[in-house]
Design a protein around this ligand. Structure first.
Ligand code: PAF
Length: 288
């Protein structure tokens, strides 16, 4: 019989549950604790993070918390998909040890007054330009998740590439004793990056959604061949708009600092895109 992961709802219960995990993790046969932070509505991309976590750590904790502080009042916090029982079935099948699922009142109790304000990659003019509140909310909740669970590893998808850079730098800057690990994006057969928000797409929108990956792939090949970055980005932007998207950005950036980059000679390049199809905002990225 498969055991359901234990579900922890309070910081006290979480700490109590983590103590034996930590001891087991320090034994010769163990490699500590890995945390997979999520907002639930789990898809194959999340399950890949869990599978990678299991390769590295003896105990795997998945957090499920739809974090209100990273949504603007105009965004989809209320309608964000919440599928706890289905998520639990998937995590049970993967033999996850524990699910950390606090309420908003447990995470942000009455009187909560502290915020982590990341700079650097968090102010790169990409997601932050369109969602100015986003990285403050993410950095605050991720810092809390890290201090609550005290994992040795934390797994993040490369799909949210700017978030991965921000969290990696934050863990370093705050001397948090864990390794942040970025895991490649899982895609549908036609290239569309898996995302909990893909459920919002109508059939017609779903049909054009893979344009983003197609343009990223073609642009990366052209830049590798030596074509001028600015021209490649302009033509890529035009293809995305012609497909029916409202484009927020298509940018070539330094893969680590996320600063603008003019040539392949100036360092590794990451192409990043965000665009709206109908009411759904999609993001994606690709290394050159
Ligand atoms: O990527 C997400 O799902 C969220 O931003 C995270 C990291 C779980 C923080 O709420």
């Amino acid at each position: 019989m498969t055991n359901r992961p234990q579900v922890l709802r309070t910081v006290t219960a979480l700490r109590r549950a983590m103590a034996p995990y930590r001891k087991a993790g320090q034994s010769k046969s163990g490699f500590g604790i890995a945390l997979v932070p999520t907002m639930g509505a789990l898809h194959a991309g999340h399950l890949k993070l869990v599978a990678e976590a299991k390769k590295r750590a003896r105990r795997v904790v998945v957090s499920i918390f739809v974090n209100p502080t990273q949504f603007a009042p105009t965004e989809d916090f209320g309608s964000y998909p919440r599928t706890f029982e289905t998520d639990m079935k998937a995590l049970t099948a993967l033999k996850v040890d524990a699910v950390w699922a606090p309420t908003a009142a447990e995470m942000y109790p009455e009187g909560f007054a502290t915020r982590v304000a990341p700079e650097g990659a968090a102010l790169a003019g990409l997601e932050d330009k369109f969602r100015p509140h986003f990285f403050g909310g993410v950095a605050t909740v991720v810092t809390k998740l890290f201090t609550q669970v005290s994992p040795d590893f934390a797994m993040f998808g490369q799909k949210d590439y700017q978030q991965l850079r921000v969290v990696t730098q934050m863990a370093k800057d705050l001397d948090l004793p864990l390794k942040v690990i970025g895991i490649p994006t899982v895609r549908e057969k036609d290239g569309l990056a898996l995302s909990s928000r893909n459920v919002y797409l109508s059939d017609a929108e779903r049909a054009v959604a893979p344009t983003l990956h197609r343009v990223l792939k073609a642009s990366a090949q052209r830049i590798k061949r030596g074509e001028p970055i600015e021209m490649v980005m302009e033509e890529g932007a035009s293809d995305i708009r012609h497909a029916g998207f409202a484009l927020d950005y298509l940018e070539a950036r330094h893969a680590l600092s996320l600063k603008p980059i003019a040539s392949v000679k100036d360092g590794p390049i990451r192409l990043l895109v965000a665009a709206k199809i109908g009411k759904t905002r999609l993001i994606d990225n690709l290394g050159v």
